[in-house]
Design a protein around this ligand. Structure first.
Ligand code: NAP
Length: 260
């Protein structure tokens, strides 16, 4: 299927690794010219070179922390009017809610709610003027099914979800869509770090811990980031203008319900 994205431009935040990288690669495969961000310049450059080699697409890099004004300005300086914006950043730390300080709450809200909203504010009017825009926020399955140990994430991401539910319906008539992708466990560095703790505790390898985690899901395995990237590219497709304000859960069937 031709997604109709040849020649479009995309800003993909926090994309030197993991789910962001997978979204960048999938869009580059559709001949989208991309800008990717990440704090670590070396990894970011290596990822850009890899995506260029795999796809032949134009890949530019903006090293910096996307949760800061300077980081966002650097990204937008390279691509002020992207056709596609993929919002992503690291997730907040886990813990007992009694230990979450006000600063931790502010940091979580900044990274996982206010930063994507700030970027949306910067790019949305040119999208409306062009009558084409695709915004995808990488959130978490925890928006739908809260994970008690990551209260900061549950709260901050739910705030973003509530806000964009309203905004998505204000801009849809201009062929500008906003949707969210909700990952369950995907095999990225973040998951490997989380599972490393479980592996040490159980005296098994990280690979075995990941396989064990995957075996608990209806799909029988954890997700492959490439699957996530493909879903992202689909939401960005020229034909996806009627998909508005949706929360697409990619969790191998973990969330148990008849509908929705
Ligand atoms: P990952 O493998 O650790 O990759 C994170 C990427 O984001 C890296 O490229 C990292 O590069 C970049 N990054 C992190 N913070 C950044 C910042 N402030 N500014 C710019 N770049 C930043 O993580 P992932 O698994 O892809 O997770 C992506 C998001 O999905 C996270 O919010 C995570 O909580 C959420 N999520 C993931 C899973 C999962 O199973 N993987 C499940 C649910 C939710 P630098 O460190 O160099 O900046």
């Amino acid at each position: 299927m031709d997604l109709g994205l040849t020649g479009k431009t995309a800003l993909i935040c926090a994309a030197s690794k993991g789910l962001g990288r997978a979204c960048a690669l999938a869009l580059a495969r559709e001949a989208v010219s991309i800008v990717i961000t990440g704090r670590g310049a070396e990894t970011l450059e290596a990822t850009a070179a890899e995506i260029r080699a795999l796809t032949g697409a134009s890949v530019r890099t903006a090293a910096g922390d996307i949760t800061t004004e300077a980081g966002r300005a650097a990204a937008l300086a390279l691509l002020p009017e992207p056709d596609i914006l993929i919002n992503n950043a690291g997730g907040p730390p886990p813990g007992d809610f009694r230990d979450f300080t006000d600063q931790m709450w502010h940091d979580a809200l900044n990274a996982n709610m206010l930063t994507p909203i700030a970027l949306i504010r910067e790019v949305i009017d040119p999208m409306i003027a062009k009558k084409f825009g695709r915004i995808v926020n990488i959130t978490s399955g925890s928006v739908k099914s809260p994970i008690p140990s990551i209260g900061l994430s549950n709260g901050a991401r739910a705030g973003l979800t509530g806000f964009v539910a309203g905004l998505a319906r204000q801009v849809a008539r201009h062929n500008v869509t906003i949707n969210n992708l909700l990952p369950g466990p995907f095999n990225t560095d973040r998951l490997r770090t989380t599972e490393a703790r479980a592996a040490t505790a159980a005296g098994i390898s990280v690979e075995d811990a990941i396989a064990k985690r995957g075996a608990t899901l209806p799909a029988g395995r954890v997700g492959d980031p490439e699957e996530f990237g493909a879903a992202c590219a689909f939401l960005c497709a020229a034909h996806s203008g009627f998909i508005v304000g949706q929360n697409l859960l990619l969790d191998g069937g973990a969330f148990n319900s008849t509908m929705g």
